[in-house]
Design a protein around this ligand. Structure first.
Ligand code: CAA
Ligand code: NAD
Length: 281
């Protein structure tokens, strides 16, 4: 397991590619959108430069890490890879289309992993001819900082695939947690209803954006308030996850807040679009 591809060079994909390259893997970072790919590569360079400035990495180590990263706009490069990690938008149709192509392009031994936040791994696996080699590898944002990787077993994921991903997770200096395939897994089943409730709290006029976040930061010692965290994750991603929980459990307690829908419709996607619950430069 030496060469990997990350598909989607957004905030998650670029972080995942960086962490693998820093751990000695050869990495293709792929995006269908060249501007997004350049932004992802620039972001990695910026974070590595900061690590050098802070004395956590030498100039040589930074150069070696960058040398291990190859930008790519075509999925064909996946034919050289032992593991592919998909980190495109949280939408089942887009993900299954990527997995169908990967199943044709990659050699039989290649493990196909998804960084999905909430979508069923079993359903993604079902569009391939290798469901035993399909698995969820769910990193947390920001990837270079957060220690957790949720590893999700689809119904047909083999023990060999699980063990290979567990070993890789340790080699990235991260902590794996094994989770079964249920909507939102563990992380977002618990986190996202809290964020949705914070948005309802704003929608119902209980308190201002800043005050809701202050309550959770100072009152519960959360590093970010839930509205700031929603902006950081991306409001589109939050809405997709709430929709998966709502549909997957069929329970009205997961109903996405209308204010969340409104913001996403307006293109207020949080930090990445410059406006969400807060304004960004
Ligand atoms: N990318 C990479 N590194 C980052 C970063 C980013 N976006 N943001 C901050 N960092 C690094 C900084 O470089 C800094 O490291 P150094 O001091 O060594 O340079 C370190 O993190 C701390 O940063 P700051 O001092 O600027 O700020 P902070 O103390 O407030 O920490 C934070 C920033 C780590 C993001 C912290 O606010 C935090 O933990 N927030 C909550 C994050 C969280 O809950 N993530 C999970 C989201 S849910 C998810 O990921 C699952 C999903 O499916 C949606
Ligand atoms: P993002 O919008 O920042 O990036 C997605 C990238 O995928 C974009 O650059 C887009 O151009 C690219 N893309 C879309 N379709 C593609 C395709 N067919 N082929 C190649 N590239 C394609 O999104 P993100 O926040 O990085 O989220 C990516 C995935 O990670 C989602 O499944 C999300 O649920 C999951 N996730 C997100 C977070 C978070 O906090 N944002 C945390 C954990 C997991």
């Amino acid at each position: 397991m030496k060469t990997i591809m990350v598909i989607g060079a957004g905030q998650m994909g670029s972080g995942i590619a960086q962490v693998f390259a820093q751990s000695g893997f050869d990495v293709y970072l792929n995006d269908m959108n060249e501007a997004a790919l350049n932004k992802g590569m620039n972001n990695i360079e910026k974070l590595l430069t900061r690590a050098v400035e802070k004395g956590r990495m030498t100039d040589d180590q930074m150069a070696e890490t960058l040398n291990r990263l190859t930008p790519s706009t075509g999925l064909e490069d996946a034919s050289n890879c032992d593991v592919v990690i998909e980190a495109v938008v949280e939408n089942m149709d887009v993900k299954t289309s990527v997995f169908k192509q990967l199943d044709e392009i990659t050699p039989a031994h290649t493990i196909l992993a998804s960084n999905t936040s909430s979508l069923p791994i079993t359903e993604i696996a079902s569009v391939t001819n290798r469901p035993e080699k399909v698995i969820g590898m769910h990193f947390m944002n920001p990837v270079p900082v957060m220690k957790l990787v949720e590893i999700i077993r689809g119904l047909q994921t083999s023990n060999e695939t699980y063990q290979a991903i567990e070993i890789i997770t340790h080699s990235l200096n991260k902590t794996p947690v094994e989770v079964n395939d249920f909507p939102g897994f563990v992380s977002n089943r618990i986190l996202m209803p809290m964020i949705n409730e914070a948005i309802y709290t704003l929608y119902e006029g209980v308190a201002s954006v800043e005050d809701i976040d202050t309550v959770m930061k100072l009152g519960m010692n959360h590093p970010m308030g839930p509205l700031q965290l929603a902006d950081f994750i991306g409001l589109d991603t939050c809405l997709y996850i709430m929709e998966v929980l709502h549909e997957g459990f069929g329970d009205s307690k997961y109903r996405p807040c209308p204010l969340l829908r409104k913001y996403v419709k307006a293109g207020w996607l949080g930090k990445k679009s410059g406006r969400g619950f807060y304004h960004y430069e």
